[in-house]
Design a protein around this ligand. Structure first.
Ligand code: ZN
Length: 184
């Protein structure tokens, strides 16, 4: 299975790098290069880093996944898992700077780095997680309605009735199963 970007939110897409396959959780981030590839697809071009950085990627994902699953179930509480998230939130604002472009005679906002250090990528993910978790968030965090699926998404649909991570992955499969039960 490939990476899925169905979350409508960077942090949810990041947590959705753990997927369910045949009722077992399968991790799509097994190595640093998996994360490098994911970040590229998420349009966060990350610097190559030594392996030790990969531990930090997985640590943040583990804490965020728990927070997001709790939020989707409506069980939020003060949690030590906020600490790591807050560490990354602290550096989220250091990623761009205002520049003067003499040629155009205008100010332009530039990314500070062409390739992002891993801490900066994790900071952007943490920022997206914070946006998904706060009460002001106008869209609910939901878990896919397929009980065997572990993917989460922000329901940004107009009706607020989105049930599936995606029609292709779970929606159609479930419809087909219902259809087969009815006709067997
Ligand atoms: Zn699903």
């Amino acid at each position: 299975m490939q990476f899925v970007f169905v979350g409508n939110n960077l942090a949810l897409d990041f947590c959705n790098t753990q997927v369910a396959e045949r009722k077992k959780v399968r991790d799509l981030l097994l190595t640093w290069s998996d994360f490098y590839h994911w970040a590229e697809l998420a349009e966060l071009p990350v610097e190559q880093q030594p392996d030790v950085e990969f531990e930090r990627v997985l640590a943040l994902r583990a804490d965020m996944t728990q927070l997001i699953a709790d939020k989707a179930e409506g069980h939020v509480s003060a949690s030590p898992k906020l600490d790591l998230l807050n560490d990354y939130l602290g550096i989220a604002h250091d990623l761009q700077h205002l520049d003067f472009n003499a040629a155009s005679g205008e100010f332009i906002l530039q990314p500070r780095h062409r390739l992002l250090p891993v801490s900066a990528v994790l900071a952007k993910i943490a920022e997206a997680a914070a946006q998904a978790l706060v009460a002001e968030q106008r869209y609910p965090v939901k878990k896919c309605a397929n009980p065997d699926c572990v993917l989460h998404f922000l329901d940004t649909s107009r009706t607020g009735k989105r049930k599936w991570c995606s029609m292709d992955i779970c929606g159609n499969r479930t419809k087909v199963a219902v259809h087969q039960r009815k006709h067997s």
